[in-house]
Write a protein that binds this ligand. Sequence first.
Ligand code: NIG
Ligand code: FE
Length: 395
Amino acid sequence: MTLWRGGRLATLAGDRGWGLIDDGALLVDGGLLRWVGPSAEAPAADEVVELQGALVTPGFVDCHTHLVYGGNRANEFEQRLLGASYADIAQAGGGIRATVAATRAASEAELLAGAAQRARALMREGVTTLEVKSGYGLDADTEARMLRVARQLGALGVDVRTTYLAAHALPPEAASADDYIDAACRWLPALQAAGLVDAVDAFCEHIAFSPAQVARVFDAARSLGLPVKLHAEQLSDQGGAALAAGYRALSCDHLEFLSPAGIQAMAASGTVAVLLPGAFYALRETQLPPIQALRDAGVPIAIATDHNPGSSPTLSPLLMLNMACVLFRLTPEEALRGLTVSGARALGLADRGRLVAGQRADFCIWDGGHPRELAACFGHNPLIARVFQGVQGES
Ligand code: NIG
Ligand code: FE
């Protein structure tokens, strides 16, 4: 048992507030938090670590990434600066399809090397749980390869959740979108049987798949008992969020064009709204997600990096905290909850995201006095140490 004492804890206990404990302590045993409270009341332990007044938060949960891929799309960044839209580039065969070509051409070892480097960058900013989607293979072999690579990232000392996103784009060889959706549904059982899938996602958009096609993917997921998520209402209102809520989706993500009906459906099903300020920023979007209406309806709000080579090539969860506040007007507390407790909920995980007894001992030690400082600064990383399942990683 190890006692970490003398830190300023932002526990996020309860539904609101920072849950600050000014001179606080954490007792860690077997990878779990056994006790959390004021240092003065802490139980005895075999080992004691002095936090020397440092700030402690729950480890970050990056609940939406596309971390495994080949190549990069900086050329599209230039094209967009010259006036092409994300949708224009996709319709001309670039975008996701460009990354599909590069990913199919990459070996498993190459994919792993690239993804591991990116995962380490996220971990250096405090990520302890990481979701990784497939969706740049769009054939049975490459989707499986991506998911195997994602699973292997767990060896770096981060908890990895994998999401099957074969319904991300139409591959060039597909005869029709309906035929492709059939195939994507057929590949799923074997991948699940191999232990490679924790959830199923799709891209519901005019440049991707229709609600009816997404429903077939969700039916396949449901028949296997897998939870679903959805890239919904990013570029237009397709009614995707309401559809996903009907399947009790864990989350709907992006949501710039979410309708009032979509919000009500998400509230009724307990679906988390995952906001992705990196994609909003990089695509120079102007339509904001309906933040106040989400708050009013009591929909939990998470934030994530959405790391991918096209719309959100960021590896900085700290920058997402800042952007969530500056671009989306979240409060610093909402942003931090979005990257911890609500991010965990977007993955169906109730055992992390707060510093309370019984939760996993995944936490971050920061050079700072108050948690709002994490959201206020940008382009600076104040992480002192990252503790994963009770074990200190970098410092
Ligand atoms: O979350 N919107 C669709 N999917 C990704 C982008 C994928 C890509 O452009 O490669 C996203 O933004
Ligand atoms: Fe995404």
